[in-house]
Design a protein around this ligand. Structure first.
Ligand SMILES: [Fe+2]
Length: 504
């Protein structure tokens, strides 16, 4: 391995830290690496060509009050595959807040679990208006650039898709909605080059929906009427429609007026799914009501005749009960462990002509963080690849492939002490079938204090990985990932990864 350290951030976290999401598999990284010619066990297919990207939370300073795992500083990991070889880069997302806290040498903003007025800075970003935008939730590639995002809305930070060098914030020719930001899960439609997004806020308008085209122009942006502030986390789309939602998980209004944000589930209210033409006026949205639940992530949507079909993860227990004397650490896990909220793959159907709708559970298996072959985004898909969770923790211990035609499921379990990340689908160039693809994930291996990227054949995950690529340092667990083919990355074939890094 040809490896060098290219950066290091100063951490002021105490050596005896005991927070479960700043230690163990969540131990933050502070070092930035360039590593080429990574050691490979097995064989990397030469036609695996592109980059796997993952966002992680890596807090540098003790939180003001309580720390929540989703507020740590964003760090993007890139594992690139080219000509049967692999390379690795990682970079902190140099957010405005990270730079301010680095200068101060301490945390300035409160996190998700604290009162707004406890912060040293009470300005800020996000749906609540006072949060630190840590850009640590999702990562997508749009128009050849990596974009990182924050789940309670913020800026989109751009990074080079080969080197991860910072490229500023998404600006959209001056039209980026700085007052509201963009929520975690913008959706890139490979067929049109568009990026669909939304933002939400505690103040009206509670939801805005927008479209950015393949020239980074904001070509559509409309407020969507909701009965009050909501906590939408994800959206999806079909060829012709954007799919938005109004879910009965609502900030407690009494607490909110006192600067505290606590989400409560309201089983007396329906789940509402909104179907809007992708460039439609707000008045064109059609709402359909379903059984109450919370959906953290949708997997896809598509059209069949007059119907719009949506798939995602239905939480069967959106507000898990907990002992009254539970510690804060136990309370954190309540809302973020898969077995706690019992998320199962689910399908909702909506007839746009008759207004009829129906829904069905697709499996008994508890999974989340599902990915499909993105070439099928907005079009009918067959396979979903999703994570299984460690009971009581936000950690992934395996991978399940769900066949939505037959209902069959195949599972691959990671070894004890080994934790995966969201697994991305890398279609083979010229593939003739949906699962003629590779899967890529990063594992955090506590047994060997190391990390690796694993590559699977999408059609045979139960055979285990076909290649294991060693990374220079153990990667912290984190949140979302994506795959971008080399053909989408400017300059991908013009120079080697090492040459690209040397030019910086
Ligand atoms: Fe998410």
């Amino acid at each position: 391995m040809d490896v060098e350290i290219v950066g290091r951030m100063l951490s002021t976290l105490p050596p005896d830290d005991d927070h479960p999401y700043r230690t163990g598999p969540w131990r933050p990284q502070t070092t930035e690496w360039r590593a080429d010619d990574l050691p490979v066990a097995g064989e990397l297919p030469p036609d695996l060509d592109g980059v796997y990207l993952r966002n992680t939370e890596n807090p540098l300073h003790p939180a003001i009050g309580r720390y929540h795992p989703f507020e740590g500083d964003g760090m993007i990991h890139l594992v690139g595959f080219r000509d049967g070889k692999a390379f690795y880069r990682n970079r902190f997302v140099r957010t405005d807040a990270l730079l301010a806290e680095t200068e101060a040498g301490e945390s300035l903003w409160v996190g998700l679990a604290e009162r707004a007025d406890k912060g040293k800075r009470t300005d800020g970003w996000g749906a609540r208006g006072h949060l630190k935008d840590s850009s640590s939730t999702d990562v997508v590639v749009h128009n050849g650039q990596v974009l990182s995002s924050f789940y309670e809305c913020g800026d989109l930070y751009a990074l080079d898709a080969m080197t991860l060098e910072p490229r500023g914030k998404a600006d959209w020719h001056g039209a980026f909605p700085r007052d509201r930001g963009v929520s975690a899960h913008p959706q890139v439609d490979e067929h049109t080059g568009e990026m669909l997004f939304f933002n939400y806020n505690a103040k009206a308008p509670y939801l805005n929906y927008g479209v950015v085209d393949d020239k980074n122009r904001l070509v559509h942006y409309v407020p969507i009427e909701l009965p009050g502030p909501r906590l939408p986390h994800d959206m999806t789309y079909t060829e012709n429609y954007a799919i938005l939602n109004d879910l009965p998980m609502i900030w407690d209004p009494g607490l909110m007026s006192r600067g505290m944000f606590l989400a409560r589930f309201h089983p007396e209210l329906p789940t509402r799914i909104g179907v809007l033409p992708r460039r439609g006026a707000a008045s064109e949205i059609k709402w359909f009501s379903f059984d109450p639940t919370y959906v953290l992530h949708w997997t896809n949507a598509y059209e069949v005749g007059d119907e719009v079909v949506v798939e995602g993860f239905f939480q069967h227990n959106p507000e898990p009960s907990i002992a009254p004397d539970a510690s804060y650490y136990e309370r954190i896990n309540r809302f973020i462990s898969l077995d706690g909220f019992e998320s199962r793959l689910h399908r909702w159907r909506m007839n746009l002509v008759t207004g009829e709708c129906s829904e069905e559970s697709l499996t008994d298996s508890i999974t989340e963080f599902g990915m499909i072959n993105a070439q099928h985004g907005g079009r009918a898909h067959r396979y979903t690849y999703a994570a299984t969770g460690v009971p009581g923790r936000f950690l992934f211990n395996g991978l399940t492939r769900h066949d939505s035609v037959t209902g069959a499921e195949v599972h691959y379990s990671l070894a004890d002490g080994v934790f995966g990340s969201e697994t991305a689908v890398a279609p083979r160039p010229g593939a003739k079938s949906e699962d003629d693809a590779y899967l890529v994930t990063i594992v955090t291996d506590m047994n060997s204090d190391s990390s690796a990227a694993l590559v699977f054949h999408a059609a045979n995950i139960d055979d285990g990985p076909i290649a294991r690529v060693e990374l220079p340092e153990r990667v912290s667990s984190g949140t979302h990932s994506t795959w971008a083919p080399g053909s989408d990355i400017p300059g991908w074939r013009d120079q080697s990864p090492a040459e690209a890094a040397a030019r910086l």
